[in-house]
Design a protein around this ligand. Sequence first.
Ligand code: DAH
Length: 355
Amino acid sequence: MAMIDDLKAIEAQAAKGISGAPTLDDLDRIRVAVTGKKGSLTGVLRSMGAVPPEQRPQVGKFANEVRGRVEEALEARRVELSHAAMQARIAADAVDVTLPGRRPQVGSQHLISQIVEEMEQIFCGMGYRVMDGPQVETTYYNFTALNAPEDHPSRSARDTFYVVDNAPEGKEAHVQGESDVLLRTQTSGVQVHTMEEHEPPIYMICPGTVYRPDTADACHLPQFTQIEGLVVDEGITFGDLKGTLDYFCREMFGSDRATRYRPHFFPFTEPSCEVDVSCGVCGGKGCRFCKGTGWLEILGCGMVDPNVFGFSGIDPEKYSGFAFGIGAERVAALRYDLPDLRMLMTGDMRFLRQF
Ligand code: DAH
């Protein structure tokens, strides 16, 4: 009965291998080596022909029993190993649901955008339209059509960023042969675009970025935001200008703040003035913030000069109007008592989150 001994040896070896198999792959290798087509057990079963006929039933029965037990052991170990593998995966992927979550960072509008939007609301409430204009301008729109003389100092390269040197020979003879294309120094050029494109009555504001070759300090920025305003209609007077801007200041800064109109000069308005708002820090008594004056300047304004109407083809005998230019950064500083305009440009979230 040598074959019975062989079967017993195969079974013992298989049992040892199966129980010690560390992974599913190792287990599968054992399965192939024992019960596979060329496996040891299969080999024994194939050689049944060599067994004397009277022993065949007994040997055959035993061989089938061995095969059954080996297959059972293989399956039991397979279940055990796959369960362990699953447990390991679960442990590795574990999420601690008690940990505090990561909050998504919610964005918000920059303070200057908020101020601009608020001004748009105030003026739209009075029936104004919001216009847009190019930031890259020509000397014609930024200066000439706004009645600025050819030798006006603001045209020089020390006060204006010129963009490309494409001035045609002798044309639009700006200062010292510079380019006639520039980064606008003011939004006032949009007045001209608007009057060229629209018939009066015109009630518009235009918020936008302007550029000047200034070194940034507490009260100046080389890039800042203006809100231009223009009204052209029949019978518009200085009283309309004052009523409009007083209303704006009350809405923007509160009814406890006073306004003051100081005579000034702008080439495109006549008469012109600058408007101050009483200082919110000292209530108008004078402090460091307002440099002891009790007032803070926020805008320039005036009655549209008839020459400007002339450039844009509007009849100054029939129409009159007023214009104004407000600095959004100044308004923000005034409203929130900001000691330094540069805070608006740094992107420091500790500062910006306050608004
Ligand atoms: N453009 C002027 C500036 O940048 C501000 C200004 C003054 C605009 C008077 C106006 C105005 O429309 O009428 O300083």
